[in-house]
Design a binder for this molecule. Structure first.
Ligand SMILES: [Zn+2]
Length: 232
């Protein structure tokens, strides 16, 4: 996320090499500064290239040729850099927190939108189809009724034996051809021991009491199974 890379053009490299060479000479005492050493305020301004610095000021010429001043300049510049870096880091951390807060808010908003209402009580129901007979399409099978309340139901369905893993759509329909969908949700099957189950939330509040079908559809092979369902 953080990067301090600068464009490294050839001129920049040559220029910084010249500066480097000059600094080395100054620090080694090979240059002769003119006049007295300026005060710390001036050197700090010079180190952070403050706009009020006049390059014709003799103190600039002095500092550029005095090993004492040059050493202090380099220290101040290092301080400025780490302060800037810290500021960048703080900015980045603040940005990350803000983004995090936004993501959480959006996620919460999304969840509330998915839920029929934030304050609706959700009824948990388990439906065991492990040994259930099914009707596939119009084929009759041995029927075993499932009961669900006319409420917002978190229904956990244990899928029939030999059900393939993957994503399942769970629906409550009015007939066994998939017509008159009352509620539908999709979720991946999870494995608990040798049982596979799918857990979805279905809003059945609008459903009138009566006979329906609970449909499970494996989304990869589109095979739908219908189980007789009674809504109470
Ligand atoms: Zn000096």
């Amino acid at each position: 996320m953080l990067s301090w890379s600068r464009p490294s053009r050839a001129e920049d490299r040559i220029e910084s090499w010249l500066v480097q060479r000059h600094q080395e000479r100054v620090l080694a005492g090979e240059t002769t500064p003119v006049g007295p050493c300026p005060d710390e305020i001036f050197l700090r301004d010079l180190a952070r290239k403050a706009k009020r610095i006049d390059l014709l000021d003799p103190r600039v010429d002095h500092a550029a040729n005095c090993s004492t001043c040059m050493t202090r300049l380099l220290v101040f510049r290092q301080e400025n850099r780490s302060r800037q870096r810290k500021r960048t880091l703080v900015t980045a951390v603040v940005l990350c927190s803000v983004i995090g807060a936004v993501v959480i808010t959006v996620a919460r908003y999304g969840m509330h939108r998915q839920l029929p209402s934030a304050n609706v009580a959700v009824v948990s129901e388990a439906v065991n189809l492990w040994d259930a007979g099914t009707i596939r399409g119009n084929q009759p099978g041995s029927l075993q009724s499932v009961f669900l309340p006319a409420a917002v139901v978190r229904v956990t369905i244990i899928l029939p034996r030999f059900s393939p893993p993957g994503q399942y759509a769970v629906a409550v329909t009015q007939d066994q051809n998939g017509n008159g969908v009352v509620a539908q949700r999709s979720a991946p099957a999870t494995i608990n021991g040798d049982h596979e189950s799918v857990s979805v939330e279905l809003d059945l509040r609008a459903a009138k009491a009566g006979a329906y079908f609970l449909a499970t559809t494996h989304e990869q092979d589109q095979a739908s199974y219908y189980y007789p369902l009674q809504i109470k």
